[in-house]
Design a protein around this ligand. Structure first.
Ligand code: DHB
Ligand code: FE
Length: 284
């Protein structure tokens, strides 16, 4: 059967993608950001995942205000990098895993989560920037990716608790798939940032540090944190962090297993308007 070997958590700052694409990674401003992912790129080469279940948010790119799915699973054979206004990023197209995605949809919907099934979707920086950070600039992404989009753009957005429980359902789905696949689950977005209004530019290092601590040691308690605390403490776009709870809910200790091992932890400010946070947890 398939198994989840690790979860990966990372910010998705669009300017990081631009820095990579425009060859600016060596600049003094960007160097410390990319340094935080050197270990991760090496680690991925050793891990050789077969599939990545990638939890991300669309930024009104594939989904306009015409319709807003709370949770959407990408079941297509491929996903094209989106044009977000200045042309698509020069990165490989994303190859999907329709069979595993359909299996997860079947299992998770039967477990009472309402997923929207998406057979065509362009993927924006929310998905491609984490891939770039973890894999660099290859000709093709090293494995298939199942995009899983969460609405954190237009209220009402799902609670941390709902996301955590969904992660457990995703875990159950993957472990009931009858093929020996090495699956990673990624939670992306965050950390603290606010892009508009009088508080634009807000960063809360203390909150971010505590969020990382609790994500590791007390995910169940962290899942109980209400939206208003994210918005107040981490800024309006800090709400993207609820997506990390889906990946955390998919780890073994939520299902009677051992605590995961922290393989890598990184935090850096500034990167554009947000704090960059990054964590790798391995299942035991
Ligand atoms: C920035 C961060 C985001 O998460 C995003 O979606 C867009 C912009 C920023 O830091 O500039
Ligand atoms: Fe974002």
């Amino acid at each position: 059967m398939a198994r989840i070997t690790a979860s990966v958590y990372t910010s998705h700052v669009p300017a990081v993608g631009a820095a990579l694409d425009l060859g600016k990674t060596g600049e003094a401003y960007w160097q410390p950001v990319f340094k935080g992912y050197e270990f991760s790129k090496q680690w991925e080469q050793e891990q050789k995942p077969d599939v990545i279940f990638l939890v991300f948010n669309d930024h009104a790119t594939a989904f306009s205000l015409d319709f807003i799915p709370t949770f959407a699973i990408g079941t297509a054979a491929e996903f094209i990098p989106a044009d977000e206004g200045w042309g698509p990023r020069p990165v490989p197209k994303v190859i999907g895993h329709p069979k595993l995605a359909a299996h997860i949809a079947q299992s998770v919907i039967q477990d009472d989560f309402d997923l929207t099934i998406v057979n065509k979707m362009d993927v924006d920086h929310g998905l491609t920037v984490p891939l770039s950070l973890m894999f660099g600039q290859p000709q093709a992404w090293p494995c298939p990716v199942i995009p899983f989009a969460v609405n954190v753009v237009q209220y009402p957005v799902p609670s941390g608790r709902r996301c955590f429980m969904l992660g457990k359902a995703v875990r159950k789905a993957i472990y009931s798939y009858d093929e020996p696949l090495n699956v990673q689950v990624w939670g992306t977005g965050g950390m603290s940032h606010q892009l508009q209004g009088p508080r634009a530019g807000l960063i809360n290092k203390e909150f971010d540090t505590k969020f990382l601590d609790r994500l590791i040691d007390d995910p169940e308690g962290l899942a109980g944190m209400p939206h208003i605390d994210y918005v107040r403490e981490a800024g309006s776009e800090g709400i993207e962090l609820v997506m990390w709870l889906i990946a955390r809910g998919a780890m073994g200790d939520t299902d009677g297993g051992k605590k995961p091992t922290v393989r890598h932890r990184f935090y850096h400010v500034p990167a554009s308007n947000t704090a960059v946070g990054h964590l790798i947890l391995e299942n035991n």
